[in-house]
Design a protein. Sequence first.
Length: 272
Amino acid sequence: MAIQSASTLIMGVLNVTPDSFSDGGECFNINDAIANAKQMIAQGVDIIDVGGESTRPGAKAVSEADEISRVIPVIKALADEVDIPISIDTSKPQVMKLAVEAGASIVNDVNALQTDGAIEMVASLQVDVCLMHMQGSPRTMQKNPEYSNVVDDIQQFFQQRIDACIKAGILRDKIILDPGFGFGKTLEHNLEILRRFDEFKYFGLRLLAGLSRKSMIGVLLNDRDVKGRVVGSVTGAIIAVQNGANIVRVHDVLETKDALSILQATNGEEIG
Ligand code: 9MG
């Protein structure tokens, strides 16, 4: 099912990993994952993002076979039971293929289709794709991130990846861009990206922002633990929306939806 909306969309995080940074273990059981997804739907989520490999800083890589065994049964069950778009959070071409066959209609790739075979795979699947910027890899990315100008450098990266996608046969309007908060960025980089988020509108493509429960929120709140980052995360999402984000990737759907409703009413928009 394709994404259909002019208003801001909420993408809810459904991690099926034993070690995800903010909900580790809670959703590893398939029944729990489905129940969690249904709860998000009741709270107003627009897209469910299913991931089987943690991308938190320092996370270990997961084999293709393990990732497939985690996410595919969940996507199949979800596609049978729910009526909203499902996105697959992966960088592996074979996982993308099986996930789309199982019912996913969006690929969310933190590696922006740079894995061998990924760009050709998405071109053949003809689904929406989120290209996220990351400096380094999840294992090393927070060691010493450096940019000459963080927003300009990410813009250049987006231009290169958009060109590569179009050359491979991916339609321009299938592409979603995401500057990748926390992926190889210091707190100052993250804040500059948030402040200047509207500059990514230059490409005329949909923009996604994911700040939910990330360490930048914890640091700004005097090293608050993950469970105490809800208000900070919602505030970050709202600032991103005000600065041009079309999709926000969140853990706390109800709270984000409430805040968005107030923002939309204030702006005279129809509440989504
Ligand atoms: C998988 N994942 C974790 N954080 C993310 C973010 O900020 N954006 C996107 N697109 N995916 C993310």
